[in-house]
Design a protein around this ligand. Structure first.
Ligand code: IVH
Length: 689
């Protein structure tokens, strides 16, 4: 009896552990802490140690093999592993589609219609083939030269989203092909751990995944958070059914999409982000859509892949050399490139932060030519061991500021120079004030505050930005000139600019001068929250500015507020309080506020809109990508209904609005029992009156 209940516990543990693996590695929504997970594994291990005859090869305890290998064996692929042709331009995709439709029309497989494709992500990892026999994972191999790869079975067993046994009725042989990769979050965490131990830092997730797979000791691989996504197959034997005959193989289904669903049915991790597309235009639409969300995905993709959906059509189209004619990779502009670091300058930010900036030999990356890239701070330069003269990897992802990932050590020349910020920049290079490096902080700061023209310029630029006073036409070049000529020293001075005067500045016609003066005039009566945000008080972002504005109603009330009064506000903590009080204690800042009043700047209150009070005081948190609304649009809808939007989930959160690829905020919501809605749910909620 005790035996029976122990065995039942063992089965329950295995199931629970597999479920946690799925939640973590597939849904990005872990539900337990690492410690809880480890406890479950420990309990399972104990039961198995007491009952060695209960250990089965598909138990989660059997993922990590006992002994390191001396070398990887080689594996001859039963069916060749192919690669894909690449395309970069829309034009290439149109010709691909023309070739495909031409061949299929000739073969009588396409009437007047367009070709149906399945478009998938092009995962930026390493191709791997998994062989299952009678449902059990028996072998895993790298692509190698396509014919022969390396045997990485022990390592792939440690990848927790790879089932050790297929679910359901598996065929006699099933070879699954897919990509091994590391999610960005896991990559960053791994690098932090590596850095803390003084171990090797990986330059990107792909590299980290490759390095992790190449370990002869599977214990090391097991400690690396790798994932696998299936997108194809190789050898298949012993399927029943009436599907397509492909080469010598009888496939159970007629289309690629059905094959993916079939694979997913065995509990193999198939990314849900594939999409059926019609004709070239359908493909290009998918490309544009994925391109726009690429930067917010949990892992990196370097393009999308298009595959003709009908398997019969795939077979007719056949292959050229090592790539199929029925599929093509449509790549995004590379996000990383190599170039030479010519020098390092420093830039002074709005709060005085001194940021080292690498001057680069111009390089085309991420779709633009890059000549400067951030190096973050001095510690970072030291940690990465970047030297002037090095060949470096430059990365530009989406609209993110280009950064220097690291040097290519193999290409380092003997005269590369270590950067010594203290020696080169003892004082602020812009205003000459002392540079302060607070103990324990990575960031060095110019102490010149608004005496420093660089900080003044940045402050004006921030104040004019869209989410602050939204002064269109006040660009950074003009700000440079206004500050350098001494004409504008503070925000208040902006309001005294006239048309004629402005039209005298280079590249300013009378028309643009007139438009700018009109835009400045409109900014005389901003919402109080916008004005507070525009002042650039440290730690006062948009949301906090809104909270402060709604709570105090006027600048005077805020300036007079005690620490206690400030702490009354939800989400306002000691850091914000200290920063607000420090700001208003500064005589110069008080002068600016007086000057603003003197030039007629009068903020209007931004109380919630009347009549929709049911969301007054309710806080929403947004996470993930919504199908149609942007984050700003969703925020605007919520604010218009009297609600608030916060960046972090707490017990006080009324709703979490989760889109695709929602991350830790969603997990937190589940933990705290906060209700979760999707975009439609949000719209329905707001529609209730
Ligand atoms: S299909 C017969 N689909 O891209 C076609 N490959 O450049 C075989 N890759 O070696 C590949 N995502 O490592 C396919 N959704 C996807 C993919 C994908 C990434 C990689 C794979 C392949 C390389 C070809």
């Amino acid at each position: 009896m005790r035996e029976a209940s122990q065995h039942a516990r063992l089965l329950a543990l295995r199931e629970e552990i597999n479920e946690h693996n799925r939640l973590y590695y597939r849904e990005d929504a872990p539900r337990v802490s690492d410690a809880d997970y480890d406890r479950l594994m420990l309990e399972l291990n104990e039961i198995e140690r007491a009952h060695p005859d209960w250990v089965s090869p598909d138990s989660p305890t059997q993922r990590v093999g006992a002994t390191p290998l001396a070398a990887f064996g080689s594996v001859r692929h039963a069916v060749r592993m192919l690669s894909l042709g690449n395309a970069f331009e829309a034009e290439d995709i149109r010709s691909f589609d023309e070739r495909v439709s031409g061949t299929l029309r000739e073969a009588g497989l396409l009437g007047d219609g367009v070709v149906e494709y399945v478009a998938e992500y092009k995962f930026d990892g390493l191709a791997v083939s998994l062989r299952y026999e009678d449902g059990l994972l028996v072998q895993a191999a790298t692509r190698g030269d396509g014919q022969t790869g390396e045997d990485i079975t022990a390592n792939m067993r440690t990848v927790r989203s790879v089932p050790l046994r297929l679910a359901g009725q598996a065929p006699a042989v099933l070879e699954v092909r897919g990509e091994v990769l590391m999610a960005r979050r896991d990559f960053e965490h791994l690098n932090a751990v590596q850095a803390a131990r003084g171990d090797k830092i990986f330059v990107n997730p792909r590299n980290a995944a490759a390095g992790s797979l190449r370990q002869l000791d599977p214990h090391i691989t097991a400690a690396r958070p790798l994932r696998f996504y299936a997108y194809g197959w190789g050898d298949i034997q012993g399927v029943s059914g009436h599907g397509a005959l492909f080469g010598d193989a009888l496939l159970p289904y007629e289309t690629h999409e059905q094959m993916l669903e079939w694979l997913a049915g065995f509990d193999l991790p198939v990314s849900p982000h594939y999409h059926r597309c019609q004709g070239a235009q359908g493909l290009l639409d998918f490309y544009a859509k994925v391109g726009a969300t690429r930067a917010s995905l949990p892992f990196e993709i370097d393009g999308v892949v298009y595959k003709v959906n009908a398997l019969r059509a795939q077979e007719i189209l056949g292959y050229v050399a090592r790539a199929p004619r029925f599929a093509i990779a449509h790549k995004f502009p590379a996000q990383e490139a190599l170039t030479v670091l010519l020098g390092i300058d420093v830039q002074v930010g709005r709060t005085g932060a001194i940021t080292p900036v690498g001057r680069l030999k111009p390089v085309f990356v991420g779709g633009v030519t890059v000549t400067n890239a951030t190096l973050h701070n001095e510690d970072e330069i030291r940690r990465k061991d970047v030297r002037v003269g090095d060949t470096v990897i430059v990365r530009r992802a989406g609209d993110v500021i280009p950064e220097i990932v690291g040097p290519v050590l193999d290409l380092r020349s003997a005269d590369a120079v270590v950067f010594d910020m203290r020696a080169l920049f003892p004082n602020c290079p812009v205003c000459g004030s002392a540079i302060e490096r607070p103990e324990g902080e990575a960031v060095a700061r110019c102490t010149g505050a608004l005496f420093c023209p660089a900080q003044r310029k940045q402050t004006l630029w921030h104040a004019a930005s869209r989410k602050a006073l939204d002064i269109e036409g006040l660009g950074d070049k003009l700000i440079d000139q206004l500050v350098d000529s001494g004409r504008v020293n503070t925000l208040a001075d902006l309001y005294t600019l006239g048309e004629l005067e402005l039209s005298g500045y280079p590249r300013m016609g009378l028309k643009s001068a007139r438009n700018l003066v009109a835009a400045i005039a409109r900014a005389r009566h901003p919402a109080l929250s916008r004005l507070l945000y525009a002042l650039g008080i440290r730690h006062v972002g948009e949301t906090t500015a809104r909270d402060l504005a709604q709570h105090f109603g006027s600048i005077d009330a805020l300036m007079a507020a005690s620490e206690d009064a400030l702490l009354q506000i939800n989400e306002v903590g000691p850091a914000v309080v200290a920063s607000v009080q420090r700001f208003f204690a500064e005589p110069h800042n008080r002068e600016v506020i007086e000057a603003l009043r003197a030039v007629g700047v009068e903020p209007v209150s931004d109380a919630p809109i009347q009549g929709q009070k049911q969301f007054a005081g309710k806080t929403f948190v947004l996470t993930g990508t919504m199908p149609t609304l942007t984050r700003d649009e969703a925020t605007a809808l919520i604010l218009a209904a009297g609600g608030k939007v916060s960046g972090s989930v707490s017990r006080k959160t009324a709703w979490v609005i989760a889109g695709e690829e929602a991350g830790s905020k969603l997990t937190k919501a589940h933990e705290l029992g906060v209700p979760v809605l999707d975009e439609d749910g949000l719209k329905a909620l707001l529609a209730q009156t």
